[in-house]
Structures are given as C-alpha cells and as structure tokens.
Design a protein around this ligand. Structure first.
Ligand code: AMP
Length: 299
C-alpha cells in the first residue's frame, strides 16, 4: 500500500504546512475508522474541494462513557487504508492515544451549551470529549476545510459552535447522511447488528420518514403529535429501546412545540447492545413552496 500514514502530530502538522505553502487547500476528514460509504462521501467532497486531503483515524477514548462501547467499537484499520487509498486521500493521520493526549486529560475543551441536550443528557461528557479531540485535530491541521456528516447532527452543531467560539481558522462543511437503499443510515456500529437487529434498526429511518411526511405532506404542525408518530413506530418493533424521538430547532436543537418553520427530527434508540442515532430535516408543507422558491432564487 502506498498511501502515507503518520502517527506523529508534529510530522502531520509539518507536512500539512508544506502543502498549504505550496498553494493547496487542505481538507480534513476526522473519523474513528471502520470506514464505510458515509465516510467515503465526506472524503469525495473534500477531494473535490481541496488539493490535499487528510483523514484522521482515531477511536477517541474521552468521548466514550465508562459503560459504553469503546472496547468493542469496530476497528478495521487495513480496510480503512484501502478505502482511503481508493478515494484519493493524500495522508492518513493515525495517532496513538499517547500522541493526542500526551499529558492525559488535564487540558480539555468544554463543549458549547448545545452539548447539554439530547445526546449530551444521555451521555454526560461525550461532547466535551468530541470537542477536545476535534480541537486537537484543528490545531494540528491549521487553516482548512473540515468535513462532518449530518448523520451526527448534534455533533455537527457542537463542532460549528466550538470552532467559532475558539476562533479556529476552519471552515466546517456539512455533508448529507448516506443511507442504504432501504433507508438505514450507514454507521460503523451497524457492523455489530445481527440480521434480526438490522431489520429492527430500520425502524429509526422509518420513524423519521413517516414523521417527515406528516409535516411536509399532511401538514401536521404539532410537535407532540409528530413525536408520538415516531415513538409509536419505534415501540412497535421488538428489540428497540427508544431513548429519544424529538422535534427540534435546526440550530439550537431546543425542543419546539409548534412547527412553523424548518425543523430537525432526531431519534436515538438501542437495538440489542448497539446504540443508534439518526435524524432528518423537515419543512412544513405551508413553508414548502416558499422554501423551494428561495432555493431556486439562490441558485
Ligand atoms: P465516525 O467515524 O462515526 O466518528 O464519523 C466520522 C464522520 O463521518 C462524522 O462527521 C460523521 O458524521 C460522518 N458520518 C458517519 N456516518 C455517516 C453517514 N452515514 N453519512 C454521512 N456522514 C457520515
């Protein structure tokens, strides 16, 4: 394999600086490995927009709680390198924990307020871990575009707010969720589902798309009703344990009562031992024509 893989943060920073000085835009794609077509779509976008693409592969221990799945998180390093090579990645940064946390966790980043909701309430400290590791990657990469998936919608909003608050010279690029043909959002954790659990996991995307239709096609404006629709679908499938199913403001992710503008629908559920999340946007039918016109005018 000819793709360059570096463990040293200093070596990566130096290499990126050289590429930037030679005039190339830098594209950074942070990942925890076990790469799939969702990651590949981020890489493809980065390769389209930037002359030099760096993928980081690091299963970040500080974003996992003590009873979470750090030990069993899928690790497929050789296959990851192949995917990176075949998608035109220029450099893979694969640090050890000691490389990224040389003095442990004394110096950490406290994630912005939005981190306290949803994922944050069920996974205390999770987004502080994400904000800390992403800050380290941004510090190493310097001025760049960084590509994040809407699949982890709250993470995307946390990273956007954190990058702004800490003045990182980083443009956060939002990439759409890639799904299987039956609707299941691609996720590294899907590898841990058996056949029955995979079928049950489809209830997440089914709940979201039914709720989206209720808002966009049927004109439902009550968030409580939309949430009831999602929860009913999730509860109707054996082996699915719902954590939340909410209608939230697009940016603040605060819960809303009445749907009069574009919203985000977010769900989290456990299927067996595997915790899955998914989300979609929904534009109320009243606003649909208007939003489409705005899109056409903007193009
Ligand atoms: P992870 O390796 O799960 O930490 O994800 C790394 C990046 O890939 C994050 O920005 C995720 O949001 C993004 N990602 C994961 N799954 C998908 C997907 N199905 N579609 C688009 N982006 C994704």
């Amino acid at each position: 394999m000819s793709i360059e893989v570096l463990e040293s943060a200093a070596a990566v920073a130096e290499k990126i600086d050289r590429e930037r000085l030679s005039g190339k835009a830098i594209g950074l794609v942070p990942t925890m490995g076990a790469l799939h077509e969702g990651h590949a779509s981020l890489i493809a976008r980065a390769a389209d927009e930037c002359g030099f693409v760096v993928v980081s592969i690091f299963v970040n221990p500080t974003q996992f709680g003590p009873s979470e799945d750090f030990d069993v998180y899928p690790r497929t390093f050789e296959a990851d390198l192949e995917l990176c090579e075949s998608h035109g990645v220029d450099l893979v940064f694969a640090p050890t924990a000691g490389e990224l946390y040389p003095f442990g966790t004394r110096s950490v980043v406290k994630a912005p307020e939005i981190a306290d909701l949803l994922e944050g309430s069920g996974r205390p400290g999770h987004f502080d871990g994400v904000a800390t590791v992403v800050s380290k990657l941004f510090a190493i990469a310097g001025r760049c575009n960084a590509y994040f998936g809407a699949k982890d919608y709250q993470q995307l909003q946390v990273v956007k707010a954190m990058a702004k608050e800490l003045c990182f010279p980083v443009e956060i690029v939002e990439c759409e969720t890639v799904r299987e043909s039956d609707g299941l959002a691609l996720s590294s954790r899907n590898r841990r589902l058996d056949i029955g659990q995979r079928a049950a996991a489809l209830s997440l995307s089914a709940a979201l798309s039914t709720a989206k239709d209720a808002i966009e096609v049927l004109g439902e404006t009550s968030a409580a009703e939309v949430e009831r629709i999602m929860i009913d679908i999730l509860h109707s499938v054996e082996g699915v344990e719902v954590e939340y199913a909410v209608v939230a403001d697009l940016v603040s992710l605060q819960h809303i009562d009445s749907i009069s503008d574009e919203v985000r629908l977010l769900v989290a559920a456990k299927v067996g031992n595997v915790r899955l999340i998914d989300n979609v946007g929904a534009i109320p039918s009243l606003r649909h024509g208007e939003a489409l016109r705005e899109k056409v005018v903007a193009q």
